[in-house]
Design a protein around this ligand. Sequence first.
Ligand SMILES: [Zn+2]
Length: 288
Amino acid sequence: MTHAALPHHRCPTSSICIPPRRICDLRIGFRILQFVVCVSCCWSGRSGAVLAQEPWADSRQLGPFVCQATFPLVEYDRLFAELPELQRELTRTLGLPAAHRPIHIYLFSDAQQHQQYVAEHFPKVPYRRALYIKASGNEGVFAYRQAELDVDLRHECTHALLHAVLPDVPLWLDEGLAEYFEMPPGQRAFDHPHFEALRWNMRLGMVRTIETLEERGELADMNGFDYRYSWAWVHFMLHGPEAAHQVLVEYLADLRLPVATGPLSARLAAAVPNASERFVRHFKHWQH
Ligand SMILES: [Zn+2]
């Protein structure tokens, strides 16, 4: 997904980046001409019908989420009951409207089944453990049953909910928000696994600025350090100075308008003087 004002495009064929804890996701920018050609060759006339023909064994519908699975979902009923909270939190903390279309989730019983499905229906997509795919004629979250499925679903569904109401989201911000909301609600503010590594990074004086993150145009450009600092800047804007939170909310609102938004970093610099220093102080003193 690429904002019209950004010079770089994300390309599924070059997406090799793997976050440190797990394999992440992939989004296909259907508005990019080369992808329209590429993706519609793969999916032409097939998407909806093929999905309907899969041997779905169970399904759930909760809030905006419509899930189909090739295995019984009863063991995940608690997860599905909690998933609509994600929509409410995005609305509450970011000021975004609720998704106005269903978010389709397709779950497979194991990695092999998932991989086969992705290879057959999305042959141009590099394989990942969990995927959010958006392209003309088809959109959905594709994942499989494994120990961290709940984290994967919250992460990918955050992407899906954002893209349901925003024409595009800068890559670093898209990933930073998905990383933040992938944890259960009670662990987001204080107990995200990123905290420990971030504090080590900061002890060594390592900081990634938003300006640098904004240069990441493709997932292949994003390494684990970039994911961690994308998450950290989102945390700073959600839990740091009120002015920073206001910048984030207004920026996301402007992304819905058909105008060039400019970089978020410039707005943050104007609203929060010495943002990088305050960012470091924010994490130095952040605790329960
Ligand atoms: Zn992601």
